[in-house]
Design a binder for this molecule. Structure first.
Ligand code: XBP
Ligand code: MG
Length: 255
């Protein structure tokens, strides 16, 4: 099967955006609203298991005993301000591309592979981010949380991306960073490679064919944490390793 499209997650995958981006923006919004909540680095790792910023704030406030009527008033306003603050952090260059992401994207585009992003994050910051950190990369489809009813681990973002790419699931792969993303890709019948980060290294990623701790560069390969699909990847995530996820061979490597 030929690899015709690759669908990338954004937060934690293409960019290191959670700890020093979204978390900071959520805390600034709480402060501006005169609220006492502050999410430290470890707490935020647990909160990330609820995908979607609005859902994350809502679940947290419910846990703090804020009643439903107050949450219905506060959550959309807090999240709208958080989105503005995140956009400011992006413009300041506080959100960086992960090493090797640009290499892989340009290699895929040069080979005629179609590219998409599928994120549960909001369009309000996603488009600005992609223009800022990947100005020379064209995505054939950009699916954000604003265009789907359900957030990951629901597969909707990926199924919408496939529709827009006009590519069947069997000819596309996903690159993700988290268990929620892997579950969503599996539910969409898509093969998945994972590039973990500090927040997701311990996630259950057994449904992923290939797991690395980064995209890797030829002079600085990533660690291969699991190669269940037998891609033979040696630490540089490239078109060849992604293609082999479509035709799994003998399992090789650790995990
Ligand atoms: C990302 C999310 C998003 C971001 C915050 O998950 O869950 O909610 O954390 O962005 P994934 P918003 O990487 O699995 O798509 O506040 O815009 O939702
Ligand atoms: Mg992610």
């Amino acid at each position: 099967m030929t690899l015709r499209a690759v669908i990338f997650d954004v937060d934690g995958t293409l960019v290191d955006s959670e700890r020093d981006g979204h978390r900071v923006a959520f805390n600034l919004a709480f402060e501006e609203f005169g609220l006492p909540y502050r999410w430290d680095v470890d707490t935020y790792g647990d909160l990330l298991r609820t995908t979607g910023g609005q859902r994350r704030i809502d679940a947290y406030l419910a846990g703090e005993g804020v009643d439903e009527a107050e949450r219905a008033r506060l959550v959309p306003a807090l999240h709208a301000r958080k989105t503005e603050l995140m956009t400011g952090l992006i413009e300041e260059g506080r959100v960086e591309l992960r090493p090797g992401a640009h290499r892989l994207l340009t290699e895929l585009a040069a080979d005629g592979c179609r590219l998409a992003v599928a994120t549960t994050g909001s369009r309000g910051w996603v488009e600005g981010l992609l223009a800022k950190v990947l100005p020379d990369v064209t995505f054939d489809a950009t699916v954000t949380g604003d265009e789907v009813d359900e957030r990951k681990p629901d597969p909707e973002a990926f199924t919408v991306a496939l529709e827009r790419l006009d590519v069947p699931a069997g000819e596309a792969v996903v690159v993700e960073d988290s268990a929620e993303g892997v579950e969503a890709s599996a539910a969409a019948w898509l093969a998945c490679a994972v590039v973990v980060n500090g927040y997701t290294r311990d996630h259950d990623l057994k449904a992923a064919g290939l797991v690395l701790d980064g995209f890797g560069e030829p002079d600085a390969p990533a660690e291969v944490l699991a190669d269940r699909a037998g891609t033979g990847c040696t630490g540089v995530l490239d078109r060849a390793s992604l293609s082999r996820l479509l035709t799994p061979g003998d399992a090789r490597g650790p995990g």
